[in-house]
Design a protein around this ligand. Structure first.
Ligand code: ARG
Length: 460
């Protein structure tokens, strides 16, 4: 057991208590951020004349040495220390003696951990954003290549109206674009430095908090010391954004699973992203898509868990807050893994244009257009709806598509139909007539693709 706080105690900590309380097994994840924060702190202390320049140089040099040794595997982060802060400080003191003992001047572990977690999370917000950007680049490639790949659009998972693959994928492009903008907001709101808040009430040392904030790339210092040490809002916001990303991924995965099924065959997932069955030799399963869909649960769980942990905590720091780490780390790593795997899967997947197009032809996805034809010839929409309903019933009975009906058959149900009905209800016309921005017609899609391209350039 190695603790920083033995002075007022007359008994050793019970071993079970020590284990229960310790966080080194997980907070070692941000050893780099802990050292980075300490270097900034010491630099500021020297600028303010609280430490000498020589003390600063010795401490900073030694902190860098510790960081390098950990990175090279020469120094092991052992669980005989309570947490990562104790590990770094104890190693510093071992090497520098009394000078090392000055590192923690004007600082508490409460503002220290608040800083470390914020620095770590800030980096991860950027890492997730980078992955989403890569995903968007791949989606845009699929969109560009498929503005004329016709497929059924669905409502209630029933064929509704024809769209294109570019249009369908474009819907996900919008979702992941919004996810990125949420990350940007979170970054902006969280980018304030809590260091200098002390345990809860600031310190009596003449710290320059603006300077520390600047050294660490923050917008400025946080403005209330009690809030600084107990605010975990940014994590809740991040977990919420991560949950939304997973929700989007899970929807896309679900569609890929359906499209990849024997019944649909719209896509074929690459062998490298599929798995087999130990008993059924014919199987090629979409496990990656299923796992991404499944992992959504643990990310939602992390959000619920942290919201519940934070509920009712009185100001300021309470040890409950240590619970923010494991679940956040798990959620962040899960999302990063899922996005990376999803990119691999979607960019190697084969889209079967012929199957998609045949499916769009066979599900009366042009029924609305047939009704619109009647409306354009003076039939009130409600009547047109009824007439086309009867056409559909007739076709179902004969097991044919609307396009397969003869003009006589059309006319038998409504004399308004003429030869030009075939062109109006052709798949191509149905899609290409939809030209307003946001619709699947090629002209509209090309405008959108240009806008998305510009967005990617401006948000690199
Ligand atoms: N491991 C602690 C945490 O993660 C660090 C802060 C400890 N502060 C304290 N007063 N015990 O929250």
């Amino acid at each position: 057991m190695a603790q920083l706080w033995g002075g007022r105690f007359t008994k050793e900590t019970d071993q079970l208590v020590y284990n229960f309380n310790a966080s080194i097994s997980f907070d070692q994840k941000f050893y780099k951020e802990d050292i980075e924060g300490s270097i900034a702190h010491v630099t500021m202390l020297a600028k303010q004349g609280i430490l000498t320049e020589q003390e600063r140089d010795e401490i900073v040099g030694c902190l860098r040495e510790i960081r390098q040794e950990v990175e090279e595997g020469k120094l092991e982060i052992s669980d005989k220390y309570e947490d990562i802060h104790s590990f770094v400080e104890a190693n510093l003191i071992d090497r520098l003696g009394d000078t090392g003992k000055k590192l923690h001047t004007g600082r508490s572990r409460n503002d220290q951990v608040a800083l470390d977690m914020r620095l770590y999370t800030r980096g991860e917000v950027l890492a997730v954003d980078e992955l989403l950007k890569t995903l968007l680049t791949h989606l845009l490639t699929i969109m560009k290549e498929n503005t004329d790949t016709y497929m059924p659009g669905f409502t209630h998972l029933q064929k509704a109206q024809p769209v294109t693959l570019a249009h369908h994928v474009g819907a996900y492009f919008e979702m992941f674009k919004r996810d990125r903008s949420r990350l940007k907001d979170i970054y902006r709101r969280m980018n304030y430095c809590p260091l200098g808040a002390g345990a809860l009430a600031g310190t009596t040392y003449p710290l320059d908090r603006d300077y520390t904030a600047e050294l660490l790339g923050f917008e400025g210092p946080t403005l209330n010391s009690m809030d600084s040490v107990s605010d975990r809002d940014y994590l809740i916001e991040f977990l919420s954004a991560l949950s939304t990303i997973m929700m989007h991924l899970s929807r896309f995965c679900e569609e890929i699973i359906i499209w990849n099924s024997n019944e649909y065959r719209f896509v074929e997932i690459d062998d490298a992203y599929s798995t087999g069955s130990s008993i059924m030799p014919q199987k090629k399963n979409p496990d990656i898509a299923e796992l991404v869909r499944g992992k959504t649960g643990r990310v939602y769980g992390a959000l619920m868990s942290l919201l519940t942990t934070m509920k009712g905590i009185p100001l300021a720091y309470n040890k409950d807050m240590q619970e923010d780490k494991e679940l956040s780390f798990d959620a962040i790593d899960t999302v990063k893994g899922c996005v990376a795997l999803f990119i691999g899967m979607v960019s190697t997947m084969k889209f079967r244009r012929d199957v998609m197009e045949a499916s769009a032809k066979n599900g009366f996805t042009n029924a609305t257009d047939a009704a619109d034809y009647l409306v354009n010839h003076g039939v009130p929409f409600r009547d047109a709806h009824g007439i086309v309903g009867r056409l559909v019933l007739y076709c179902i009975d004969k097991n044919i598509a609307l396009d397969d009906m003869s003009l006589e058959e059309f006319k038998a149900i409504s004399p308004v139909f003429e030869e030009d009905i075939y062109d109006v209800i052709s798949l191509k016309t149905c899609v290409e007539k939809r030209i307003t921005i946001g619709a699947p017609g090629q002209e509209a899609m090309k405008t959108v693709i240009e806008l998305e391209e510009r967005y990617l350039k401006e948000n690199a």
